[in-house]
Design a protein around this ligand. Structure first.
Ligand code: NAD
Length: 255
């Protein structure tokens, strides 16, 4: 039996990386999908792939930090499927740089995309979930909420805020059947880290760093992260809310 049979899931940042991998996994598990991203070409690509697999999927292109985008997405989900069972708030950005020269505009973008977009989405989907008497929200945080390095102040602050937002929503709506959890991935093999690899001088330069920081000894795949999201999205995790699930190959356990 598919683990998300008859469930409707919104996934943001679905055109690439973790969002894309999770969308493919959710479709395999019977979910009906609403995929969101600002990358129109990437969104078309995952859409075509899923349609070829006979998945139920609609897409919405836009910037998730804008209230208008979120409103369009939620309307699309309700008009298409009549319900919203799962939201995976996953779109994120990671502009880095020394704090002293870090542009205020970059700080605002990180907070808008990584945190405000989740607030906007939760605000609009929670009333539907309360009406249905159930719903599962999963937010993407990061190990960098608590472990960090120079130049990641804005990113780490945004990911710590995601944990706070997650716990707040969990305690506010637990009695009404709405669960809210977050995942904290470590190194994951996605285009976001291809940029980090370029900055480090190539992937081969990055591997010893990954090995040192993440006892698993390698990056996680997007599918491995997707399975953690799948657990939190499914009814199997019905007593789990307010948690931060580390998918980090023991990175947060290591000294
Ligand atoms: P990615 O760059 O491969 O994918 C991110 C997706 O989000 C892209 O398709 C991008 O177009 C989309 N996006 C970015 N800003 C957007 C906006 N304003 N509106 C709509 N879409 C937008 O990156 P990823 O590694 O898959 O990252 C997904 C999430 O996982 C992010 O929140 C990231 O911070 C988090 N994360 C990643 C890692 C990692 O190692 N890759 C580790 C921990 C946490």
């Amino acid at each position: 039996m598919a683990r998300l049979h008859h469930k409707v899931a919104i996934i943001t940042g679905a055109a690439s990386g973790i969002g894309r991998g999770t969308a493919l996994l959710f479709a395999e598990q019977g979910a009906k999908l609403v995929l969101v991203d600002r990358d129109a070409a990437g969104l078309e690509s995952i859409h075509s792939e899923l349609v070829a697999q006979a998945a139920a999927v609609v897409i919405s292109c836009g910037d998730v930090s804008l209230a208008e985008t979120i409103s369009n997405v939620v309307s699309l989900a309700i008009e298409t499927y009549g319900q919203i069972d799962i939201v995976f708030n996953n779109a994120g950005i990671m502009p880095t740089g020394d704090l002293q020269s870090y542009p205020e505009t970059s700080w605002d973008s990180v907070m808008d995309v990584n945190v405000k977009a989740m607030f906007l989405m939760c605000k609009l989907v929670i009333p539907h979930m309360i009406r249905q008497g159930r719903g599962s929200i999963i937010n993407t945080s990061s190990v960098m909420a608590t472990l960090t390095e120079p130049g990641y102040e804005a990113y780490s602050a945004s990911k710590a805020a995601v944990i706070g937002l997650t716990k707040g929503i969990a305690v506010s709506y637990a009695e009404q059947g709405v669960r809210c959890n977050c995942i904290c991935p470590g190194w994951v093999d996605t285009p976001m880290n291809q940029k980090v690899a370029e900055d480090a001088g190539g992937l081969e330069k990055l591997y010893p760093i990954i090995k040192a920081q993440q006892p698993l000894g390698r990056m996680a795949t997007t599918r491995e992260v997707g399975y953690a999201v799948l657990f939190l999205a499914s009814d199997e995790s019905s007593a789990v809310t307010g948690s931060a699930l580390y998918v980090d190959g023991a990175a947060s356990a290591a000294i």
